[in-house]
Write a protein that binds this ligand. Structure first.
Ligand SMILES: [Zn+2]
Length: 281
């Protein structure tokens, strides 16, 4: 299975937070992908989980029998009322706006394996659909751009943090972290390569800071005081020992609370201060 279909599988297990979320997801899956524009409504996906979810939701929402689970609605009255409901639907609450984005992703989205590249896209197939999606993503501080490919309007996101963020939100927090951990791994590899090349004064500075931190940790350990240090300090210290070459940002992402650079710096400084205070005693 591809990374995209793995993510879609997880998204298909997401529960709706409010009754309108289901409508919102259908509006995203069918509306943003241009599937409401013809005289019939047809939906198929290479993912079985997606077809099943959309089919189940359509028949639940509009009391329609789908023959053999195939999503093809040709009855004029049915098509008309589905269109009316989904085209006029406005996602008001946050949960529904996320559900709309999730629908758009299930209906026309894909995401590359972060081990290769950071790229997420939505095939919107309509001008209005693209604009609406970009605006909704913007509500969550996610900057999406658009491009034309073979006459289709593609909305895409390139930044790894944004991709992880939106996958996390769409899945109710159950996916997204794997994207972040791949990002951390990548950063570790990159920083090791850069250190070996020694081509950056900044990284030399980072390497010096790191060896000072490691010396402090080893000194405290040698004095058998490490186990009595606060747990937050030991956590960051052990990570520093294991990953001597990574940046403080990357270390922070590996902590349980995912602390930021200044938090990491603060904790490592406290370790150094402690080690130094041991010397004068
Ligand atoms: Zn909702």
């Amino acid at each position: 299975m591809s990374f995209s279909s793995d993510i879609k599988q997880i998204l298909c297990e997401t529960e709706y937070e409010c009754p309108c979320c289901r409508t919102a997801e259908l509006a995203g899956a069918l509306g943003s992908t241009g599937r409401l524009e013809g005289g019939i409504i047809r939906f198929n996906s290479s993912s079985k989980a997606v077809s099943e979810r959309i089919g189940k939701d359509l028949s639940g929402e509009f009391s329609i029998d789908l023959c053999g689970g195939k999503i093809l609605i040709e009855n004029e009255t049915d098509v008309k009322r589905i269109k009316e409901r989904l085209e006029t639907f406005t996602a008001e609450s946050e949960c529904c706006r996320i559900a709309y984005i999730r629908g758009a992703f299930l209906g026309g989205g894909s995401v590359s394996d972060p081990k290769r590249e950071y790229h997420m896209e939505f095939d919107t197939r309509s001008e209005a659909g693209a604009e609406k999606l970009i605006a909704l993503l913007g509500d969550f501080d996610i900057r999406a751009r658009r491009t034309l490919r073979k006459g289709r309007i593609i909305v895409y996101i390139k930044e790894s943090g944004n991709i992880a963020d939106i996958i996390g939100r769409m899945s109710g927090g159950r996916a997204g972290l794997e994207v972040i951990s791949v990002q951390v791994e990548k950063e570790i590899k990159n920083s090791i390569v850069r250190l070996v090349n020694c081509d950056s004064a900044n990284l030399n500075k980072q390497a010096k800071a790191s060896s000072k931190q490691i010396a402090a940790i080893k000194k405290i350990k040698a004095a058998r005081k490490w186990q009595s240090m606060p747990e937050v300090l030991r956590e960051i210290g052990e990570l520093r020992l294991r990953y001597p070459d990574v940046s403080m940002e990357a270390l922070g992402k590996m902590t349980g609370q995912q602390i930021g650079k200044s938090g990491v710096n603060h904790r490592l400084s406290r370790i150094i201060e402690y080690a130094e205070s041991m010397a004068v005693k």
